[in-house]
Design a protein around this ligand. Structure first.
Ligand code: NAD
Length: 266
């Protein structure tokens, strides 16, 4: 495993721009954002930049946070029916008065490049990005003990499902798992995907297999306001993905791949 994630993503983007260049028309992503959240603004900027870099189109539909649920659903329907739009995502979080579940169900599954609809054909971006990276780096999934920390709908659960489909032995740990059980499963894990949103949760109080791989999904701010993961740096394992410059980039790459797939299969 020689490449950094930045290098891997740069290399993949070159291949993706060639693929986009060979299509009849550029894939088109629409992002609906109905919040004024600084982190969301940064994520959306990143997604638009990624589309630009591979030659895809990105349109931002920015709505004020007091937008009604009805109006947001109308916009979703409009883009669902627009033949010029291949991928449609609604940036989270949504304001409290808008039902996230309803919005997720409203997106046309054929355009649901976030992979949130129950009938979607797309793999959610964070798990897809992680598995694509591990695959490229030669990680042999079959029969490996994989531990997923966290059971959210967008990361933990789809991650566990995807690793199961790669024939890993998957254990999902969560907020109700005892510390003793966490220590047991972590000590036996070949792959640990941590997605709990707790700064430096994985630290030296746990034992790790020395050839284990730790994939750090967490995004937290430390006391100095810097972005840091759910694991402290330099744990005694074979590979540990950094934060920043790790899973966030892989997630963005997977979104572009899903968009291209959407454009090719419509
Ligand atoms: P979430 O915040 O919805 O839920 C947290 C999960 O962690 C829950 O399932 C809970 O059971 C579990 N949990 C909480 N405390 C725990 C503990 N002490 N021990 C074990 N499990 C515990 O989860 P999410 O939306 O998947 O986000 C998790 C983290 O990943 C956040 O920091 C988020 O910002 C980050 N994230 C990063 C990306 C990326 O692309 N890098 C994408 C999505 C989320």
């Amino acid at each position: 495993m020689g490449m950094t994630i930045k290098e891997f993503v740069a290399q993949e983007k070159v291949a993706l721009s060639q693929e986009v260049g060979s299509l009849k028309r550029a894939p088109h992503l629409v992002i609906i954002q109905a919040n004024d959240n600084p982190a969301s603004h940064a994520y959306v900027r990143g997604k638009i930049k990624d589309c630009d870099e591979v030659g895809a189109l990105a349109t931002l539909c920015l709505l004020p946070p007091d937008t009604s649920e009805e109006y947001l659903l109308e916009k979703v329907a409009e883009y669902n029916n627009d033949p010029e739009v291949d991928g449609l995502i609604v940036q989270l979080p949504l304001p409290d008065h808008i039902s996230e579940a309803k919005v997720k169900l409203a997106v046309n599954p054929a355009k649901d490049v976030d992979g949130f609809h129950p009938l979607t054909k797309f793999i959610p971006c964070t798990p897809k990005g992680i598995v694509d990276y591990l695959t490229a780096e030669g990680f042999a999934f079959q029969g490996k003990n994989a531990v997923v920390l966290g059971r959210s709908e967008i990361v933990g659960k789809p991650m566990a499902k995807l690793l199961l489909s790669k024939n890993c032995n998957v254990t999902v740990l969560h907020s109700k798992t005892t510390e003793e059980d966490k220590a047991f499963y972590i000590a036996h894990a070949d792959l640990i995907v941590v997605a709990i949103g707790r700064l430096g949760f994985l630290d030296n109080r746990f034992q790790y297999k020395k050839d284990a791989v730790i994939v750090d999904v967490g995004i937290n701010r430390n006391e100095e306001g810097k972005l840091r993961g759910d694991a402290i740096p330099d744990l005694p394992v074979a590979i540990q993905t950094p934060v920043p410059g790790g899973v966030g980039l892989l997630t963005r790459l997977a979104l572009v791949k899903n968009l291209i797939l959407a454009a090719k299969t419509r």
